[in-house]
Design a binder for this molecule. Structure first.
Ligand SMILES: [Zn+2]
Ligand SMILES: [Zn+2]
Length: 210
């Protein structure tokens, strides 16, 4: 009789010469940790966690919530600076987390061109394996796509940056440059073949999110 664990137990031991079994669809990334910054609804965290797990085929782990770092507060615009949050995340990144995706409901910002403080949906570091995603702006201009689903798509996008991906020209790809607007998120349904090749993807493509 099979037990719930029989899949694991039945796996043959790889020969010494074979490469180690891949732990996800993205080489080198096994475990992605989700870091709530402040309080978020559990169902909201769960949706983002599921989106990350089903898209990248990684194991996910939700870390204990921690407050936003006080020194990231930008009083003139009543926002938190996303670049400071990334420094904070990189400094405290647990050794057993290959990547960290931080979630907040508060507004976050960066300096962008002539704009000293520009509100954004999320920010990912290409070389430090951390990113932060805010749900503050996904609630604007209500359309058919629920705000939590938009937040999940931004999390997939920023985690893509944290895995080294740049922006993608394909209109329905999660790695399209949102340009700070919310509407484009509603057209993004997949991680396209171009982006998957860049990640050295193996295995089936991720399921579409419609
Ligand atoms: Zn981006
Ligand atoms: Zn793409």
């Amino acid at each position: 009789m099979s037990s719930p664990n029989s899949d694991t137990a039945a796996k043959p031991t790889p020969a010494a010469s074979s490469p180690p079994a891949a732990c996800s669809k993205v080489p080198g990334v096994c475990r992605v940790c989700v870091q709530p910054l402040g309080t978020l609804p559990p169902a909201h965290i769960e949706l983002v966690r599921e989106a990350i797990e089903s898209t990248y085929g990684v194991e996910t782990h939700v870390l204990t919530a921690t407050p936003l770092p006080a020194h990231a507060w930008y009083a003139p615009r009543k926002r938190h600076r996303a670049d400071v949050i990334l420094d904070f995340l990189a400094d405290r990144k647990p050794s057993d987390c290959d990547k960290v995706v931080a979630l907040t409901t508060k507004d976050i910002s960066v300096t962008k061109g002539e704009h000293k403080d520009w509100g954004i949906l999320g920010l990912g570091s290409l070389d430090r394996g951390v990113c932060v995603v805010s749900s503050f702006r996904v609630r604007r201009k209500l359309a058919d796509t629920p705000p939590e689903e938009r937040h999940a798509r931004v999390a997939i996008h920023e985690l893509g940056h944290a895995m080294g991906l740049g922006h993608c020209p394909n209109a329905d790809c999660f790695m399209r440059d949102a340009g700070g607007t919310v509407e484009t998120l509603d057209d993004e349904h997949q991680l396209c073949g171009r982006c998957r090749r860049e990640l050295d993807w193996h295995g089936d493509p991720p399921p579409r999110r419609d």
